[in-house]
Design a protein around this ligand. Structure first.
Ligand code: SF4
Length: 184
C-alpha cells in the first residue's frame, strides 16, 4: 500500500509508466483528472485520439457530449473526477485487453484510495464488466447498485451517443439520478 499518495504523484507515475504494451504506441499517457475533493468518479474505457494527443481525458467528441450532459444536469465538471480503465490509448481505439486493464488497475486503485468516492459512474460495457462482471449491462443500465461496499451508477459511455443521439437523454436521466441521490 502506498501511503502519502496524491493525485499529482499518481499522474507523474502514469506519465512514465511502461508496464504494459500500450506505452509503445501512445503519444501521451492520460491520467485521471479532477479535484481531490469530489464525491463522484466517472470511469471510461480508454483514451481516444484527442486524449492521446492532449494527455487529458474526455476532450474529444465523447468529452463534448459528456460536458453537455453534465451542464444539462447541473453538474460542474469540477465536482467529478474523470478517468479511464487504462491510461494509454489502445491502437485504433480497440477495446483494451483484460491483461492491459488488469495491469493498469493499480492506478485506478490508487485514485480510489485517495479520493474515496461515494459513487463511481461506470461508463459503458467494458467498465461495467470490469467492476460488476457478467453481461447484464443492458438490464442494469440506469441503476445505482452496490458491490463489495462500493456504490456504482451504470450508464452508457458518452461515445455511444456520437452516432445514437437518443442515448443523450438516457445519459441525462442517469446523471440526474446520481446528482440528486449524492448531492452533486
Ligand atoms: S495503459 Fe496503464 S499500465 Fe499500460 S503503460 Fe499505460 S499507464 Fe502503464
Amino acid at each position: 500500500m502506498i501511503i502519502d499518495d496524491s493525485l499529482d504523484k499518481i499522474a507523474a507515475d502514469v506519465a512514465i509508466c511502461r508496464l504494459c504494451r500500450l506505452f509503445r504506441t501512445r503519444t501521451n499517457a492520460v491520467p485521471g483528472e479532477g479535484s481531490s475533493l469530489v464525491k463522484a468518479v466517472l470511469i471510461g474505457e480508454a483514451p481516444g485520439r484527442s486524449e492521446d494527443e492532449q494527455g487529458r481525458p474526455f476532450v474529444g467528441k465523447a468529452g463534448k457530449i459528456l460536458d453537455y450532459v453534465l451542464r444539462e444536469t447541473g453538474i460542474n465538471r469540477s465536482q467529478i473526477f474523470i478517468t479511464n480503465l487504462v491510461k494509454c490509448r489502445p491502437p485504433g481505439n480497440r477495446i483494451p485487453t483484460v491483461d492491459e486493464v488488469t495491469t493498469c488497475r493499480m492506478y485506478l486503485d490508487r485514485e480510489f484510495a485517495f479520493l474515496r468516492p461515494k459513487i463511481i459512474g461506470l461508463l459503458g460495457r467494458t467498465a461495467y464488466s470490469t467492476f460488476i462482471g457478467g453481461d447484464g449491462f443492458s438490464s442494469d443500465r440506469g441503476r445505482i447498485l452496490k458491490k463489495n461496499g462500493q456504490t456504482y451508477l451504470i450508464t452508457f459511455h458518452p461515445a455511444a451517443a456520437i452516432y445514437n443521439k437518443s442515448l443523450i437523454e438516457s445519459l441525462k436521466s442517469d446523471f440526474t439520478k446520481m446528482s440528486s441521490e449524492f448531492g452533486l
